[in-house]
Design a protein around this ligand. Structure first.
Ligand SMILES: [Zn+2]
Length: 364
């Protein structure tokens, strides 16, 4: 199976460099990125549409999507802490599964083809998400937790551990989970400084990446940079939960950053909205008008896959075809900025994953 997409603006390579040209996909893999016209070969005319790597949502809790905005005016601990609002909702397994399916649909519609989920409920919790994700083109990285089950058995079924809070476990237990994940070559990630600054305790576990850093102090942030630990930032969810905001510009400059939409109770899964919020907040707070939208787009597309140790979807020869095609007909001077802070879901004309053309608004 071979497809040629021509007359396109391609955000190519690791730097998302705009290139006017064409793209050839064969058997699900990018085999040619060229400038200008594809010559005499027949092609799909994108009418200067923009080809951008698909989004990776690097932090979700799709299990909570059945309770969107439930308990919205309560504190974060009253909503998602032990015995919080969510636990009442999660009793109905059928509802949880339907919520997950709608979350995956929401991701697909908005151009996300991979996500990483912190999944609770031990082995059964992992199984639930895998059964839903297995029917979707959106690839799930499932980070489970023991929740009373044998940790080794849970780990066997998923991609690693996602630890809700170091305060939920004894240090010895955490170190054992860490060792187990390392021995099996799986991921180990931890919520870090979402509400209180627990960065020092989290870093003792040498996580593969941390999530949030919302309330991390100077010493903690410096240590994250020093140890080159990647971070997933979820500023819209932090805002929604009213727990503060991370120092976005500083963290972007100090380590590898990916974006996540966090808990579906408190936030939508739309990465277009996440990027706009992050971009303007970072510029507004720092007063740095040179802060480059490209860094935000990388955080929403390429960086999540790096941090999750997934194959790259940068638009270059030999890489997996996993990209979005945006329309480009409204005097867009800068395609990166167009995507980061202007485009809506309705601007998505098509989504390509391997040999499959998905969704969008009917180009292709
Ligand atoms: Zn989270």
């Amino acid at each position: 199976m071979k497809r040629i997409f021509g007359n396109a603006v391609i955000l190519a390579g690791d730097e998302l460099e705009p290139t006017h040209g064409y793209l050839v996909v064969e058997d699900g893999v990018i085999v040619e990125v060229g400038e200008g016209s594809p010559g005499r070969r027949s092609y799909i005319d994108l009418k200067r549409g923009i080809i951008c790597p698909s989004f990776t949502n690097a932090h979700t809790h799709v299990g909570d999507a059945c309770g969107r905005d439930a308990g919205a005016y309560k504190s974060i601990s009253e909503r998602v802490g032990k015995g919080g609002v969510k636990f009442e909702l999660l009793r109905d397994e059928g509802k949880v599964k339907r919520g997950m399916a709608s979350a995956l649909e929401e991701m697909l519609t908005s151009g996300t083809l991979a996500f990483a989920d912190f999944r609770e409920g031990g082995a059964r919790g992992v199984e639930l998400l895998k059964s839903v994700a297995g029917a979707s083109p959106v690839d799930a990285t499932v980070l489970g937790r023991p929740d009373g089950d044998d940790p080794a058995e849970v780990l066997e079924q998923c991609h690693g551990f996602g630890i809700s809070s170091v305060a939920d476990y004894a240090e010895k237990e955490l170190l054992e989970l860490r060792r187990l994940a390392r021995r099996r070559g799986k991921l180990f990630a931890v919520h870090c400084a979402e509400v209180n600054d627990d960065t020092a305790e989290v870093l003792k576990l040498e996580p593969d990446f941390v999530v949030h850093l919302t309330n991390a102090g100077d010493a903690g942030i410096e240590e994250v940079f020093h140890r080159k630990i990647p971070a997933v930032l979820c500023p819209r969810a932090n805002g929604s939960f009213a727990v503060g905001l991370p120092r976005i510009k500083e963290i972007l400059e100090g380590t590898l950053v990916a974006l996540g939409t966090d808990n579906s109770m408190a936030n939508s899964l739309n990465m277009l909205r996440e990027m706009e919020f992050v971009f303007k907040l970072a510029r507004g707070m720092s007063r740095d008008y040179e802060l480059d939208a490209r860094e935000i787009l990388k955080a929403a597309t390429l960086n999540g896959r790096k941090l999750l140790k997934l194959e790259s979807n940068a638009i270059e020869d030999g890489n997996l075809a996993s990209f979005i095609i945006f329309r480009n007909n409204n005097y867009i001077y800068d395609p990166v900025l167009g995507i980061v802070h202007r485009f809506e879901i309705s601007d998505i004309k098509g989504i390509v994953k391997g040999d499959t053309l998905l969704g969008g608004n009917g180009i292709v």
